[in-house]
Design a protein around this ligand. Structure first.
Ligand code: HEM
Length: 186
């Protein structure tokens, strides 16, 4: 029984290989060329199929367009918390950063969501997420090491997030950025 199976297998292989040689000689190519061409055809077909199959598993994340540069008062800044407005801004040392791309950190469910839409200077200086205020904060009571901490955060955010503008007092004049898009200022 076992021998019969082996014989059958051998006969099939010989027949298959013979047919391929026959087909190959029709096209004036060797059997090995034929095998390689078949593999190539299968790969091309699989690639083509993948390109034409809608990707149902990858969710479409709406892209939040970059914002124009602007100066904001502390009250105006509140809106940019990722909920009222999809953009997330916060101020640090008087500079407003667009931290939307850090939504994992600063989004409503993020660990530092409390900073969104706020002046984050005191919070980052003291490493306390609760130290955010909704009114103007001079931060002049910060210790030198807390100041250093805020300055270090500012230096790293400058490389990571676009600068939107300045945090201004309500009576202060706002700069006209003439529609310039917020970008990373290094
Ligand atoms: C148990 C306490 C904490 C742990 C374990 C922790 C851990 C981390 C980790 C792992 C990162 C990511 C670093 C990276 O991307 O390379 C991070 C980033 C950060 N953390 Fe914390 N953190 C803690 C507390 C705080 C507190 C209290 C604050 C203050 C508000 C804070 C503010 C930040 C900020 C601003 C970032 C940078 C996010 C960005 O790149 O935009 N963290 N933290």
């Amino acid at each position: 029984m076992r021998d019969e199976k082996r014989l059958l297998k051998e006969r099939f292989t010989t027949y298959f290989w013979g047919k391929m040689v026959e087909f190959g000689s029709l096209l004036e190519i060797s059997a090995w060329d034929f095998v390689l061409l078949s593999i190539l055809a299968v790969l091309v077909y699989r690639w083509w199929k993948r390109q034409n199959t809608p990707d149902v598993e990858r969710p479409v994340v709406p892209k939040i367009p970059p914002t124009e540069m602007m100066d904001l008062t502390i009250e105006e800044l509140l809106k940019y918390n990722g909920t009222t407005d999809p953009h997330i801004f916060f101020a640090l040392n008087g500079t407003i950063f667009d931290v939307t791309r850090g939504a994992n950190f600063y989004g409503p469910d993020g660990p530092y969501g409390a900073l969104a839409g706020h002046d984050a200077t005191r919070s980052l200086a003291t490493m306390d997420t609760k130290a955010v205020k909704t009114e103007w904060d001079n931060c002049d009571d910060l210790t030198p090491s807390e100041r250093d901490s805020a300055n270090e955060w500012e230096a790293s955010f400058k490389f990571k997030y676009p600068t939107v503008g300045k945090l201004v007092k309500s009576q202060e004049e706002k700069k006209d950025y003439e529609g310039k898009i917020a970008g990373i200022n290094m």
